[in-house]
Design a protein around this ligand. Structure first.
Ligand code: F6P
Length: 522
């Protein structure tokens, strides 16, 4: 049975939400905070993760109505269909089973009548054995030397996920240097290969289709560079591939034994849990890679089994809809207070915007309400000295997720205390602002009384700007897996509520076609 096809704006819950919004749109977070239980009432603790969503323009009634909306469009049914392998990617005729890649349960998942769990396990074993050989130095290059450098060649989902995870887990990294080549811009690949030694470099070509112009062009350039010092018989020692297109991989010259499978039931932007994550396993070791998957599975179980009013991805999705569709917010910021997560916003841009940037509903009709949010961000505290001015005092409403960790990895407690003081201070400043009266007093006490009239309006912070605190105990492979899966489920929840198909991406095709036509004309 296909997904339900319900226009959210025609539901009873939407009408109630519209009335509720009209009555409460000027609600003040500061006033709401007069209730001393607010933080407890609007927080969810899930093992090592605490999500505090108390600094939002919501009351319990808002949450109740949003949950009513989720129930009315039968989100529960949609979640079940995704996990059990129904063809919910209808426009491409595919199941959506990235969750199966991290499932350790015995529950079989059938695709075309065949349980896919055994092939997932076989691939994980292959990833483990290959990673162990390369990391331990047993895998030798064509002159008998061990591998020192790994280059992931891919783009989009075949690049952003592994790149972001390798960067985020830098603390857990082994001796291998990991590089990522993605752009068709030849200067990108040139900059990377200029410092590499072909004798000690392993290239992982990642392309689900093995037809992507950027990836194939970069792979060919690298192969030609490699063949300047080696022969075609040396290719198997230095090139491996992750793909569904075995024929194309074969004609590139890659040994069948060095091909890691990908499956049509895993979308590119959700594929880091498959062999697309090979460079992650090479970089941090298989056990850490497995822990990443375990963290994601923990979030999967939470998403699948928890009531919506306590369900972290669902709550974050509903809040996003609240601002996007009722307050008219167009963008959302993701602000990790960890330098390790500097690539998370880029990764989420593909995950969120390629999934939910749709203007046609599941009926094929043009949509007259807002769908996919624009997501952007950077790390704290750097961004406080960059774009936060606009978030604090600009004319736009920008809900923000603040991601933080209670502990730092190297234990520089002085730094960490300061980092986290900033983390909390930003959210307080956004929510509570600074009133005219406060500015007045401040200027008076600083001896600037003469300037009060001139400066007062510029120094006022209206506040009442929403944020979520997403706080983990510590950045570990497991907690990172949980964080990524949290956003994946938020994406799906929003797609279901907006009545769109989140798992296709036809919007990227036209530009590709036109570029090919222009190229042929040259
Ligand atoms: O252009 C978008 C896209 O199709 C993404 O969805 C995908 O992750 C990326 O290209 C790469 O595709 P492939 O893995 O087939 O090279």
């Amino acid at each position: 049975m296909a997904l339900q096809n319900i226009n959210p704006t025609k539901t009873k819950a939407w009408k109630k939400l519209t009335n509720h919004f009209n009555e409460n749109k000027n609600i003040s977070i500061k006033d709401l905070y007069k209730n001393s239980n607010r933080q407890t009432d609007f927080s969810i603790q899930f093992n090592d993760l605490l999500v505090d969503f108390s600094k939002n323009k919501i009351t319990q009634e808002t949450i109740d109505l949003l949950v009513e909306l989720a129930n009315e469009v039968d989100l529960k049914d949609a979640i079940k269909k995704q996990f059990t392998g129904e063809i919910i990617n209808v426009t491409e005729g595919r199941e959506v089973l990235h969750t199966a890649l991290r499932s350790t349960s015995e529950e079989p998942i059938l695709v075309n009548g065949k349980n896919i769990k055994p092939q997932i396990q076989t691939t994980l074993r292959k990833i483990r054995s290959f990673s162990n050989k390369v990391i331990s130095g047993k895998w030798k290059g064509y002159t008998g030397k061990s591998i020192t450098d790994v280059v992931n060649i891919g783009i989009g989902g075949s690049d952003l996920g592994p790149d972001m995870v390798v960067e985020s887990l830098q603390y857990y990294k082994n001796q291998l240097n990991t590089h990522f080549v993605s752009n068709i811009d030849g200067d990108h690949v040139s900059e990377i290969i200029k410092n590499l030694n072909p004798e000690t470099t392993l290239f992982v070509i990642v392309s689900k289709t093995f037809t992507t112009q950027e990836t194939i062009t970069n792979a060919e350039t690298i192969k030609n560079w490699f063949l300047k010092s080696a022969t075609i018989f040396d290719i198997p020692k230095h090139f491996v591939a992750v793909s569904t297109n075995l024929e194309a991989v074969d004609s590139f010259g890659i040994d069948k034994a060095n091909v890691f499978p990908m499956w049509n039931w895993v979308g590119g932007r959700f594929s880091l849990w498959s062999a697309v994550g090979l460079s992650i396993s090479l970089s941090v070791g298989f056990d850490n890679y497995k822990a990443l998957l375990e963290g994601a599975e923990e979030m999967d179980n939470h998403f699948r089994n928890t009531d919506f009013n306590q369900n972290i991805p669902v709550i974050l999705a509903l809040l996003s809809i609240w601002y996007n569709n009722f307050y008219g917010a167009e963008t959302e910021a993701v602000l990790p207070y960890s330098q390790y997560l500097k690539k998370l916003p880029d990764y989420l841009q593909q995950a969120i915007m390629e999934s939910n940037g749709k203007g046609v509903d599941r009926n094929g009709d043009k949509i007259d309400y807002q769908t996919g949010t624009i997501v952007w961000g950077s790390t704290g505290t750097n961004m406080q000295h960059a774009f936060m001015q606009l978030v604090h005092q600009g004319t736009k409403l920008i809900p923000a997720d603040f991601i933080g960790y209670k502990e730092s990895l190297y234990g520089l407690t002085d730094h960490h205390k300061k980092l986290m003081a900033n983390y909390y201070a930003q959210m307080d400043a956004l929510a509570f602002g600074k009133t005219k009266e406060e500015v007045h007093l401040e200027l008076k006490f600083s001896g600037d009384e003469a300037k009060i009239n001139q400066l007062l309006p510029f120094k006022v912070f209206e506040g009442n700007r929403p944020s979520n605190a997403i706080l983990f105990d510590k950045l570990t492979p497991k907690s990172l897996g949980k964080l990524i899966a949290l956003y994946e489920h938020k994406i799906y929840t929003q797609g279901i509520l907006w009545n769109i198909y989140s798992y296709d991406q036809f919007g990227v095709e036209l530009g590709k076609e036109l570029a090919k036509k222009l190229l042929n004309k040259q």
